[in-house]
Unconditional design. Sequence first.
Length: 257
Amino acid sequence: MGRFSGRVGLVTGGSEGIGFAVAERLVAEGAAVMICGRRPAALADAVRRLGEAASYRVLNVRDSEGLAALVADVFAERGRLDLLVNNAMHVGWSAIKDTTLSDFRQNFEINLDAAFVATREAMGVMARQGGGAIVNIASINGLLAIDNMAAYSASKAALIHFSKCAATEGATQNVRVNAVAPGVVATPSTTKALGEIPGYVQAVAGGVPMNRLGEPREVAAAVAFLLSEEASYITGVCLSVDGGKAAQLVVPPPPSA
C-alpha cells in the first residue's frame, strides 16, 4: 500500500509477537525499520523474515545511554526518523505482598523509563526534521485492575498518561504521540504462559466479548493507523485493541429464585 514509503522507523522489542507484527506491517507498507532486543539469534531471524528493508541492534532497553544512542544512530544512518514504537516490555506477576521494591521497579524501568528515553530522544529528532509519530504499546492492564499484576499494571497506566503528556508537548512541533492498549493477544510468550494451565487459554478467550484472543497483526494494524497520515489529527489517545474487554462491565448473575 505504501503509506510509509520513504519513512524510517524504530521498533523496540521487535523480534517476535506484537513488536515483530508491527515491524512487518511497516516494512510491508514501505518503511525502512530498525528493531532492537536482547536476543541476537531471534533478531537475526526476524530481520531475515522482514527482508532487506529491516536491520537490528542488540540492546537491552534498560541501558538508557545505549537506547538514546540507538535513536541518534538511526537518524545518522538513515537521515531521518519518522516512526517510533515503544514495545519492549516486562511482565511482573506476583501479589503485592510478595513483590520486592526491586521487582516493582523493574516493570517501570522497562515499560516506562525506556519509553521515556526513546520518546525524549525521538521527539527532538522529529521536531528538527518537521514532524513524526510515536506509538507506545500499553495494555488493558493499564486501564483495568487485575490481581497479582500490580507492578505491571501500574507501569502501563503510567505509560498511558505519559503518552498524553508527550502528545501535548509534541503537538506544536508536529510530533504526534499515542498509545495502544492491547487485551490478551496470542503472542508466543502469552500462549506459552496460558498454556501451562490446561484449558486456561479457552477460559481466558471465553471471558472476552468477542470470544477469542487477539492476534498480533490486529494490534499492528491499529499501530500502523496511528502512525500514518490517516491519523494526522489524532494525538494523545489510548486506543484499546481488546475485543471489547475494557468496555465490559462484569456483574454476578442474579440469585436463582
